[in-house]
Structures are given as structure tokens and as C-alpha cells.
Design a protein around this ligand. Structure first.
Ligand SMILES: [Zn+2]
Length: 289
């Protein structure tokens, strides 16, 4: 605690030492997060950095009771992969929505631990996972970027899989099911529907607007046939735009070429010849034959 205060003296740190998986621990933990007057949560976000399933279940339960968003983190037993997960009551899966295989098969977690053998530990994997957790906590609280509901880290392959984990409507935790119903009601409320429609309309209006509303340089788009008939001489009095004049210079060049190839009496395909004129000439030829 002294170390943390030394690193950043502007932070206010409260420390609690307890085993949150005991009955008293559960109460003390919940109390530490609650406003003494209202009983509601007094924190913005809970970061979970525990190393066992029971402790995660405890945090899940307390956060569901307080309607508190939290982030879970973990590193695998072999220490070469990690994950972080965002849990928003009712909106994303809670920790019990999708139980791990060990729990789903009814295996006691303690039997998996071999006596006297410590799980592998690699400070770099721990550091990267902790860094990802801190990074996403900042993004979440300061509202920048996007926070994936689940980010994995597979160290051996430099792979960061992300996943969207939807809540399970038949979750074994009844508080989670209630939170899901409340979230659905929020999403379907007239205000929420109206807000979504307004956002869609604003998006459509923005898409319909010209891409560059202010045209500082007076650049215009001109259809090819228009530009040729408008100023065949390549000179236009006043207000000539850059695009137009260069297009006209090009047209003049074409024009000369067209005249040069006008041998043998065939009509030249100069660019100053209108398509309509060509069509008229063609139909005259057809009629004559
Ligand atoms: Zn759940």
C-alpha cells in the first residue's frame, strides 16, 4: 500500500484484508463496495484478480446484488494464456451464465490441484494480462475505444481472440435472469426505441448531405458532354475552375488529334463532336443504304 502511494500520491487507497469466500468475508466485501447511506454501489468498476473459482462466484454474486459492472481476469494453469472479461449485469453474460467445463462436469476444483505442486507462473503473462485489464478499465471508465466483453491472450501464438458473450436466459443465478429482464425492458422502452430511431434518422441525414459542404476552391464536377459543349474554345470568361480548365485543355488536344485523323472523308471522332450528332449521322447513313 505504501509502495502504491509512493508511485502515485494523488490516489486515495483503502485496503481490506479478508477471505471473501467465507460468510463474514462476503458481507465485509459487499459493505466495502456499498454506500453506507443508500446501500447502492459506491464504485465505478470492480476489477477481479483472484485465483480461484469460489472467489469469482463471490464477486459475481456481490456485483449482481449491487448491479455493479466488473471485469474478471485470469491466467491459465500452464501460465501461457490469459483472459479478461467485462461483466455488465443483464447486458453481458455473468460469471455463472457459462460455467467452465470443470464446474459443468461437477468436478471439485481442489482435486485438480496436485498436492505440493504449484501451478506454473510466468510474470510476463501475468504482467500482460494485468496490463490489458488496466487498459480496458481506462477505456471503459473514460469512454474511449471499444471494450470487448471477452479478450483472450494466447502467448504461444501471439493471438488475442475476442468474443461477445451474451447472457444466458436460463442462468442458474436468478439475479442474473432478473437483470436480463430489466435490461430487455430498458431496451424496449418507448424512450429507448425513440432514441434508436432518432440516431438512425440522424445517420441517414448525415449520409444524404454532400461530402464536402464547403467548397473553398470552387471545384466542380462536370459531365463530359457538358464540358465540351460549354466551352469548345477552351477559354471561358471568369470563374473558370481548375477542374474545368484542365479538362478543356485536354479536350483541345483531343480535338487536334481528331482533325488530324480526318482523312478519307469519314467523320472524325474528335471530342468536340457530340454523341447526338454522331447518332444522327449514323442513322442518316443507315437510311441512305
Ligand atoms: Zn448469468
Amino acid at each position: 500500500m505504501q509502495t502504491l502511494t509512493d508511485i502515485n500520491p494523488d490516489t486515495a487507497i483503502e485496503s481490506y484484508t479478508m477471505n471473501i469466500t467465507t460468510l463474514e468475508g462476503f458481507d465485509s466485501f459487499k459493505q466495502s463496495l456499498s454506500d453506507p447511506k443508500t446501500g447502492a454501489s459506491r464504485v465505478n468498476l470492480v476489477l477481479s484478480c483472484v485465483d480461484n473459482y469460489e472467489a469469482r462466484i463471490t464477486i459475481n454474486q456481490v456485483c449482481l446484488e449491487l448491479q455493479q459492472d466488473w471485469m474478471e481476469s485470469g491466467v491459465s494453469e500452464d501460465a501461457v494464456s490469459g483472459h479478461i472479461q467485462l461483466l455488465v449485469p443483464g447486458e453481458t453474460a455473468c460469471f455463472q451464465c457459462v460455467p467452465p467445463l470443470v464446474v459443468a462436469s461437477g468436478i471439485d476444483e481442489r482435486t485438480l490441484r496436485r498436492e505440493g505442486v504449484c501451478a506454473a507462473s510466468l510474470p510476463t503473462t501475468m504482467g500482460i494480462t494485468a496490463g490489458l485489464l488496466a487498459q480496458n478499465a481506462l477505456k471503459y471508465m473514460l469512454h474511449f475505444g471499444s471494450v470487448s466483453p471477452y479478450v483472450g491472450y494466447v502467448a504461444l501464438k501471439d493471438f488475442f481472440p475476442t468474443m461477445d458473450i451474451k447472457p444466458n436466459p436460463s442462468c442458474i443465478n436468478s439475479l442474473c435472469c432478473e437483470a436480463q429482464k430489466a435490461a430487455a425492458a430498458r431496451h424496449n422502452s418507448p424512450e429507448a426505441v425513440a432514441a434508436r430511431e432518432a440516431a438512425a434518422a440522424a445517420e441517414a441525414a448525415a449520409a444524404a448531405e454532400p461530402l464536402h459542404a464547403s467548397n473553398e476552391w470552387g471545384i466542380e464536377m462536370v459531365a463530359e458532354n457538358e464540358e465540351q459543349s460549354a466551352a469548345p474554345s477552351g477559354q471561358q470568361a471568369g470563374g473558370t475552375s481548375l477542374g474545368e480548365s484542365s479538362a478543356q485543355n485536354g479536350a483541345q488536344g483531343e480535338d487536334t488529334k481528331g482533325k488530324q485523323t480526318q482523312s478519307g472523308g469519314a467523320p472524325g471522332i474528335g471530342s468536340d463532336v457530340k454523341v447526338d450528332d454522331l447518332m444522327a449521322q449514323l442513322s442518316a447513313l443507315n437510311q441512305g443504304s
